[in-house]
Design a protein around this ligand. Structure first.
Ligand SMILES: Cc1ncc(C[n+]2csc(CCOP(=O)(O)OP(=O)(O)O)c2C)c(N)n1
Length: 379
């Protein structure tokens, strides 16, 4: 542009370069209220077999949570992050996946792993401090339970994207807590997932707290589901205690991912009824009154009400489900009370494909110490 032309453009308005949003944000926005089915007219359409299945799984999940918490008091489990109150979201996450899909759980999501078919004793191995992961991730396609917050999310995106490049029909469902959404890994995972249109479903369980930090102290987002819009993927806001709503929304998100339409962020609005773990005292940062309002919106109650009102279950049916859960808990108790046979050398297994020089040195040292100890025992 010449100097004269520049002068002209200062006085003559020139239209700005053409601009339009890259995607229309309106269809990506979550509903104004958490999506619900149970307790609404839509519940009449819910499939009886699905209702019964969800009910049995959620009751089992509650009993599993109670049993695992009891095991911490008996010294059989080092730590247990309970999902009491969150069973609907946990169970739905497992049930919507096909065998070929992958689940990426956080440390809190042992129940989702168990509902996907993992042996509960194996699911609790890490929390007992016995071994790295406790199971072969490939067997049930369940990634290791991730303790570093949100680090499982980029892994899920990488796996899903790689599967798509290979032409494998695989969806990854990754679970994270509300606190985890403030991590850099959350941002990186959602950004890449949307850019690549990776077949991933991000399930955020907003259970109110990151240990003692309430949601309002760590994000100013209108809802966590709104975060999706900034990345260019749909955000869905769901009642996390409504197992039917969770199952429906997650199924849709999985189908969308499988059909090549990319990722979805689902926020399950729920509540952690227990403390963060058995090592935490929740009375220090929340009131009993708040806990009570959520007790009235319990996932088991919501399902039981629907099943009873529609005549799909009677007292004997409810008792049968509870008895079944009791049998599971008794089996878990018995097996967790047996001391596992552990080889300390296993500590070095399944860490690197090729051991680093430092690990080789440490393994040699441990081997020598164990041998010396064994010789001492024999003497
Ligand atoms: C990267 C990282 N930072 C900090 C921690 C310590 N930490 C463990 S649990 C937790 C709170 C997580 O809360 P949230 O993501 O809401 O999940 P919830 O435990 O409620 O399921 C924190 C900060 C961690 N495990 N990893």
């Amino acid at each position: 542009m010449t100097v004269m032309e520049q002068r002209d453009s200062r006085t003559t308005p020139v239209p700005p370069p053409a601009w339009q949003p890259r995607t229309d944000p309106a269809p990506l926005l979550p509903d104004a209220e958490p999506y619900r089915v149970l307790g609404t007219d839509a519940a009449a359409q819910a499939d009886p077999a699905l209702l019964r299945r969800l009910y049995a799984e959620v009751v089992h999940g509650r009993r599993y949570n109670a049993q695992a918490t009891a095991l911490t008091r008996q010294g059989r489990l080092a730590v247990y992050p309970s999902t009491t109150g969150q069973e609907a979201a946990e169970v739905a996450a497992a049930l919507v996946l096909q065998e070929r899909d992958w689940l990426f759980p956080s440390y809190r999501d042992t129940l989702a792993a168990v509902a996907r078919g993992l042996d509960p004793v194996q699911a609790l191995t890490l929390l007992r401090g016995d071994w790295h992961t406790g199971y072969d991730p490939r067997e049930h396609r369940i990634a290791p339970l991730s303790t570093p917050l949100a680090t499982q999310l980029p892994h899920a995106v990488g796996l899903a994207h790689a599967a798509r490049l290979k032409g494998d029909d695989v969806v990854a469902l990754a679970m994270v807590g509300d606190g985890g959404t403030s991590e850099g890994d959350f941002h990186e995972a959602l950004n890449f997932a949307a850019v690549w249109q990776a077949p991933v479903v991000f399930l955020v369980q907003n259970n109110g707290f990151a240990i003692s930090v309430p949601l309002a102290k760590q994000t100013a987002a209108p809802t966590l589901a709104h975060k999706a819009v900034g990345y260019g993927m749909p955000g869905r806001l769901v009642d996390g205690n409504d197992a039917v709503a969770m199952h429906e929304v997650l199924s849709e998100a999985v189908a969308r991912a499988r059909e090549g339409h990319g990722p979805t962020l689902v926020e399950a609005v729920t509540y952690r009824m227990d403390a963060h773990t058995n090592a935490d005292d929740a009375t220090r940062y929340r009131t009993d009154a708040e806990v009570e309002t959520w007790r009235a919106h319990d996932p088991i109650l919501l399902l039981e009400r629907e099943l009873t009102e529609r005549g799909l279950i009677d007292d004997a049916g409810i008792q049968a489900v509870r008895d079944d859960a009791e049998t599971m808990a008794a089996g878990l108790r018995e097996r967790m009370n047996q001391d596992p046979a552990l080889d300390p050398m296993d500590l070095f297994g399944d860490v690197y494909a090729e051991r680093t020089p430092q690990l080789r040195e440490q393994a040699d040292q441990l081997r020598a110490e164990l041998d010396a100890e064994a010789e001492g025992d024999q003497a």
